[in-house]
Design a protein around this ligand. Structure first.
Ligand code: ADP
Ligand code: MG
Length: 603
């Protein structure tokens, strides 16, 4: 047992399924060859006809009985063992690469085999061949594999990979047979899910929450989409439990209407308190305004920011704030903690946020997080082992955004289009890769270009990540600006309803998730909008596919596809675990099967 532990540790594995996933890199086959194929490895029965020693080398002339042909073998590294072994007249099974020289068959340093008809897997690991064999023999048997959750046929395939009866059972011309690969994918998914499942810790909630949402829903000027309703229903079930504090992540595209889910949750928490954290004051302010607009007037709402405070923080039913909230000495006792745009918080802040949900006696508040970074459905299926995940894949408006890739020669036409939009009372956003000039980036920076825009257009606003007045400027621009020049700072989810045209400079340098977030800035209220991807390197396959894809969830899938092909990406999407067999873009069905298996075996 100790020994196994040590070997598993060396292999960096912890489970039997992971052992099963260490597949042989090749198979040593000692089946006699049925034909002689030059430059391939062959295995033959051979009789020694003549032995010669020339200058330390040993030359053995064999007779291949099955083929009635001679074969000349040379041994460069010889030991007395070799001389004793190859006596004239003795019969051997030799194995080596066949070469043809002057029309004669040759083989250098062939092996003399003791057995024939055996297929031995070769593993490339830090362990010795014999240690590896021993591990496989000890652990990879049917009973163990069934206990790990595989069915008969999957267990048989895994056993065949490690103990093949003959090569054809596992290999075909292209390598491992498809059904073997499918099984390995399944094993990989199952193993990963099992490990995640053991990591999830559930805590009791402070209390169950059962507030009525109808006073809020009845006042809404629109009907919720069916996905919004589904998420709200899921949260209702979560919050109604007291033995288990809710831990849910709501992932929805930009503009999918997550705020309504937040407000409905506030209603459910009543008469107890909720708190909502936003990554920026601008966003907090916007959420505060929306809460005031849509929640019934009987509900007291407070805004708590460094720069501004509204309402009574101590007594409010619903407190909205930024991470400044974390430093407040006396937070009122809340029963529901919500975090908007959670992907915008740093790791350290997330840990602090976690502390917000701690209550007395090991209990936790219910916690719901919201993220606008779409994750592939496959990723959501995996993640949901740790945290419940709800996806919102539709938006309440049909958003009409046309995406167009352009480069230098198209710039004149683009200026014409910009003027038209401004005349129509709309707004334009230009996103630059950098604030200041850099040798590394072959595009104009924000500072280099601003003169150009200011000369040609009125009401040009400029802001970027390090701009101290960023939030004020954005608010002013929302009121009366025409053109906004910015860096990707604008990514944070503030809404600019009149924005109908966005130009992303150096688009090929950005990750698809970022591009998608940026594109989500326009057409928020259903106005016909355009997203121009400006790039020196068009045509670009990745941008072309991006232009044709509108759903964030499909973008996430695209991202997986191009990620594998090595594009520059900004890592906005957490790539999570890397898999050897499983393809997160394609193998949804396999992951679903693994999840189902796990649920069945647990019940
Ligand atoms: P998100 O936070 O998911 O990016 P928001 O919650 O800000 O999106 O919603 C985007 C816009 O859609 C807001 O103006 C909001 O009032 C509006 N909205 C939300 N749900 C609906 C709905 N069911 N029908 C019509 N408009 C909606
Ligand atoms: Mg939002």
């Amino acid at each position: 047992m100790e020994e196994t532990k040590r070997l598993f540790k060396k292999l960096k594995i912890t489970t039997i399924l992971e052992l099963a996933l260490i597949t042989p890199t090749s198979y040593n086959d000692t089946t006699l060859s049925s034909e002689i194929i030059p430059s391939k490895i062959g295995t033959f029965e051979a009789i020694v006809k003549e032995v010669e020693s020339i200058g330390g080398k040993l030359r053995v002339s064999f007779w291949l009985s099955a083929f009635h042909q001679p074969l000349y073998a040379t041994f460069f590294r010889t030991t007395p063992y070799h001389y004793g072994l190859f006596r004239v007249g003795s019969v051997h099974i030799i194995q080596g690469r066949v070469e043809v020289y002057h029309q004669m068959l040759q083989m250098s340093q062939p092996k003399s085999l003791k057995e024939i008809g055996k297929i031995t897997p070769k593993y490339k690991t830090v362990l010795k061949e014999s240690e590896m064999r021993a591990l496989m023999e000890t652990y990879l048997h049917r009973q163990n594999l069934l206990r790990e959750g595989l069915n008969q046929s999957e267990a048989e395939k895994i056993i065949a990979i490690h103990f093949p009866p003959h090569k054809e059972a596992i290999l075909d011309a292209s390598g491992l047979r498809l059904e073997m690969v499918e099984t390995l994918k399944f094993v990989e998914a199952l193993n990963h899910l099992k490990k995640l499942r053991t990591k999830r810790v559930n805590y009791p909630a402070i209390r169950a929450l059962n507030g009525d949402t109808s006073p809020f829903l009845e006042r809404l000027p629109f009907a919720l989409t069916s996905e919004q309703n589904q998420v709200i229903d899921a949260i209702r079930l979560d919050l109604a439990k007291s033995h288990k504090a809710a831990k849910r992540m709501v992932v929805g595209d930009v503009g999918s209407g997550k705020t309504m889910v937040i407000l409905a949750s506030v209603m459910m928490a009543l008469p107890h308190k909720s708190i909502l954290m936003a990554p920026t004051s601008l966003l907090a302010l916007q959420l505060y305004e929306e809460a005031c607009k849509y929640l019934p007037p009987t509900i007291s709402i407070a805004l708590a920011m460094q720069s501004r405070a509204e309402g009574n923080f101590e007594s409010a039913d619903f407190v909205i704030g930024t991470h400044a909230l974390l430093y407040k000495e006396h937070l009122p006792e809340v029963s529901l903690v919500m975090i908007d745009e959670q992907h915008r918080f740093g790791t350290q802040q997330r840990q602090q946020l976690e502390a917000l949900s701690n209550a007395q006696e090991g209990k936790r508040t219910h916690t719901i997080q919201f993220s606008a970074t779409p994750i592939p459905r496959t990723q959501a299926m995996m993640d949901s082992e740790l945290i419940d995940v709800s996806l919102i894949t539709t938006t309440p408006f049909v958003r009409d955004v046309t995406t167009i890739s352009i480069s230098k020669p198209d710039f004149g036409k683009l200026l014409g289009h910009i003027s038209l939009e401004i005349e129509a009372g709309h707004q334009v956003l230009v996103v630059y890769p950098l604030v200041e000039e850099s040798d590394e980036v072959p595009y104009q920076s924000l500072e280099e270009s601003r003169g150009f825009w200011e000369k040609r257009f009125e009401d040009v606003y400029v802001t970027h990540g390090k701009d101290k007045n960023k939030e004020d400027k954005l608010l002013e621009f929302r009121q009366k600006g025409k053109i906004l020049l910015a860096t990707t700072v604008i990514e944070v989810g503030i809404s600019l309803p009149k924005l109908t045209l966005i130009i992303i400079v150096g688009a090929e340098r950005m990750g698809l998730a970022t591009l998608h977030q940026l594109r989500g800035r326009v057409g928020r209220n259903g106005l016909k909008s355009w997203c121009y991807l400006y790039s020196h390197s068009t045509p670009n396959e990745r941008l072309r596919e991006f232009a044709d894809t509108t759903s964030g969830f499909d973008i996430a899938k695209l991202d997986l596809k191009f990620r594998n092909s090595g594009d520059i990406l900004d890592g906005t999407i957490q790539s999570g675990q890397r898999f050897r067999w499983l393809d997160m873009a394609e193998d949804e069905a396999i992951i679903a099967k693994a999840k189902e298996r796990l649920n069945v075996s647990i019940r």
